[in-house]
Design a protein around this ligand. Structure first.
Ligand code: PBG
Length: 322
């Protein structure tokens, strides 16, 4: 007879619930919103069924729904009408992100609004920094990113989330925000961001595919884990308030290592490719969408994430309510 009977604690849902180690709360979720120029636009992103581009005038209903579902925070991505070499739209007072944040905050002051800080949606070449001699120039990019972050804070962003992977971006943005009077605006650093093929659908959605080369000179090599800790150490030293790991599901080991090493809150990003894979399989009837999504969320939590940035946030909130 077996001495250890693990099945004793699995006999029914009551005991399974009592001993459950991890839970998903709607407050843990951050919902991404894509804002585009124009009027009357609500267009589905082809590679991300259920995810839409909204023009500012169409945001009201969407955000009301988000609030009604109990989701407390969103992250705003902007898709500008025009792009240029240095990404002038990124830090413009009337830029798409700044205008959207102002609009959202005016109607929903309680909603916690996070602003993605990057140049790739705004540059004609699609890179996350400025180009000098066909290279992404680190230090010249920092200046642009600092002024982008400040302009987003001025528009009312509650939190700045730099996703550009330039060296020194946290320190530069922290100093810039402090000097501009935003000492209390936290920085959620995309500390560990891999050069991943899972971003494909996002680049369709944000029109931000690099026009030459790729992002491997600034985003991390998927083969490296120790390097993730070095990246995170730098960001913590530079003053990051929260750390992001991205993508999510293929990088649970990284989330776990960051959890073991640092004591800052951790955000896992379930990226566009993860969303698209689940959606496509579900639409074919090959997997059960709800179960697969909730299992992924539980895995993020088990690995050590405190929060999850996911295109599924509204669905998850809805499932929690029912
Ligand atoms: C911008 C940015 C990207 C994502 C979030 N912010 C794209 C990239 O690095 O190409 C990807 C998000 C996703 O795939 O859902 N730098």
């Amino acid at each position: 007879m077996p001495f250890n009977r693990h099945r004793r604690l699995r006999q029914n849902e009551a005991i399974r619930k009592m001993i459950r180690e991890h839970h998903i709360h709607t407050e843990d979720l951050i919902y991404p919103i894509f804002v585009v120029a124009g009027e009357g636009v609500k267009e589905e992103v082809p590679s991300m069924p259920g995810v839409f581009h909204f023009s500012i005038d169409q945001l009201q209903e969407e955000i009301q729904e988000v609030m009604d579902l109990g989701i407390t925070s969103i992250i705003v991505f902007g898709v500008p009408a025009e792009k240029d070499e240095c990404g002038s739209g990124a830090d413009h007072e009337q830029g798409i992100v700044q205008s959207a944040i102002r609009h959202i905050k005016a109607s929903f002051p309680q909603l916690y609004v996070i602003s993605d800080t990057c140049l790739c949606q705004f540059t004609s070449h699609g890179h996350c920094g400025v180009i000098e001699n066909r290279e992404v120039a680190n230090d010249a990019s920092l200046e642009r990113l600092v002024s982008t972050a400040i302009s987003q804070a001025q528009a009312g962003a509650d939190m700045i989330a730099p996703s550009n992977m330039m060296d020194g971006f946290v320190a530069a943005i922290r100093q810039g925000l402090d000097e501009a009077g935003f000492t209390d605006t936290p920085i959620l650093s995309y500390a560990v961001k891999y050069a991943s093929s899972f971003y494909g659908p996002f680049r369709d959605a944000a029109h931000s595919t690099p026009q030459f080369g790729d992002r491997r000179t600034y985003q991390m090599d998927p083969a490296n884990a120790r390097e993730a800790l070095r990246e995170a150490y730098s960001d913590v030293e530079e003053g990051a308030d929260l750390l992001m790991v991205k993508p999510g599901l293929a990088y649970l080991d990284i989330i776990h290592r960051i959890r073991e090493t640092f004591h800052l809150p951790i955000v896992a990003y379930q990226v566009s490719g993860e969303y698209a894979m689940i959606k496509a399989a579900a639409q074919n009837g090959w997997i059960e969408e709800k179960q697969v999504v909730l299992e992924s969320m539980t895995s993020f939590k088990r690995a050590g994430a405190d929060m999850i940035l996911t295109y599924y946030a509204k669905d998850i909130a809805r499932w929690q309510l029912n």
